[in-house]
Each structure stands twice: as C-alpha cells, then as structure tokens.
Design a protein around this ligand. Structure first.
Ligand code: MN
Length: 207
C-alpha cells in the first residue's frame, strides 16, 4: 500500500494567463516543478504509513510531530505541493482589478488603503533575498499581515492562514522576465483572482 497525493490540474489552460505569465513558464512550472514536489512528498510519506490519510496542510501545520527522518522532506516538498496548489487557485484569466467587499475593507483598515497594501506587498516581494514566497495571511489574532518565507516554507507552519501568495523562485518568471523581478510582480496583479481570495477570507470569518 502506498500514499498518493496528487498534483491538481491547472484550473485554466497553460496560456490563459498570457501575456502576464507565459505559457511555457506555466507548463514547466506545473508539469515539472509542482509534479516533482508532489512525488517527493509521496516518497517521504510512504516511509510512514501513519500519515497516509493526513491532508497535506495538516502535515505542515504540525511539523513537530513529523518523524525526524522525513521532516525536512515534508517541509520542503510538502510545502512545495501545498503552496503551488494554492498559487494556481489565486490566479485567473479573469483576474486583476480591485478587491471588493469585506476584504477591501479589511485591507484598508490594516494598511490605510488597497493601494498602500499593494505597495507594501510589492516591496516585500521585491526585497525577498533568494527563493521563496510573499504572502498575505490572517495572523493568529485575526489581523491581515504581509509576510515572506524562504524556500517552500509556509505560514501554515506558524499558525497563520494564507490568503494570497506569490512565487518568487526564478523558475516562476525567468523565461519571460529574466532578472526583472519587479516587472513580474507588477504584471502578476493583472491575474490575481480577488474573488477566490475574498471567498477564502469570508470562509475564515465563519469559523
Ligand atoms: Mn514555483
């Protein structure tokens, strides 16, 4: 018997986010990078059948109970699997524009305005050294917070709820943007799926 987490299909065609994110990047990113994270996670979990039924989010929320011999693999490849699964969902060919409703209100309360939120998020993303992610999360006290992580680390491991995330590994932008990470960040706003983020924010308020 073995455990098989699976890589979800992209919720849109490879070229759907053009011209902001190019088809070739999406194809390699999903079919090679994400698939590899998932298969490496499976390889690790298959050494410990007690985790076969654990949803991958739960593994990352409780890294301290993961056996030492697979903890780094779960953190890195499990993080890679979970982060990318969410990343595909928070983008859409119908994305861009402005957040609305209670999410816009909450962003304004926390950061002064939606524009100020965007500026601060862009700075955090641009300033991340090396590979990692920029995040908008709900912190433990229920406040919105901008944060960054290295490698495939996720705020889930620190008790936070991710809403929005941006992949800042060069594999996510180098074919089209080369060293111009700030241009990639600017273009990415055009595909951000605010409806999905709003929904996950609302769902969290109901808990
Ligand atoms: Mn990636």
């Amino acid at each position: 018997m073995s455990n098989q987490y699976s890589t979800p299909d992209l919720p849109y065609p490879y070229d759907a986010l053009e011209p902001n994110i190019d088809k070739e990047t999406m194809k390699i990113h999903h079919d090679k990078h994400h698939v590899k994270y998932t298969s490496k996670l499976n390889e690790a979990i298959n050494k410990h059948s007690e985790f076969f039924d654990t949803p991958p989010d739960k593994l990352l929320q409780n890294l301290d109970v993961i056996p030492q011999d697979i903890r780094d693999a779960v953190r890195n490849h499990g993080g890679g699997h979970v982060n990318h699964s969410l990343f595909w969902e928070i983008m859409s060919p119908d994305g861009g524009g402005e957040p609305g409703g209670i999410l816009a209100e909450a962003l304004t309360n926390e950061f002064g305005s939606v524009d100020e939120f965007r500026n601060k998020y862009e700075k955090t993303a641009a300033n991340l050294f090396g590979s990692g992610w920029a995040w908008l999360v709900i912190s433990k006290n229920g406040k919105l917070e901008i944060t960054q992580t290295q490698n495939q680390d996720t705020p889930l491991s620190f008790g936070k709820k991710p809403l929005l995330l941006l992949d800042l590994w060069e594999h996510s932008y180098y074919l089209k943007y080369q060293n111009k990470r700030p241009e990639y960040i600017k273009a990415w706003w055009n595909v951000v799926n605010w409806d999905a983020i709003q929904k996950s924010y609302q769902d969290f308020q109901k808990i």
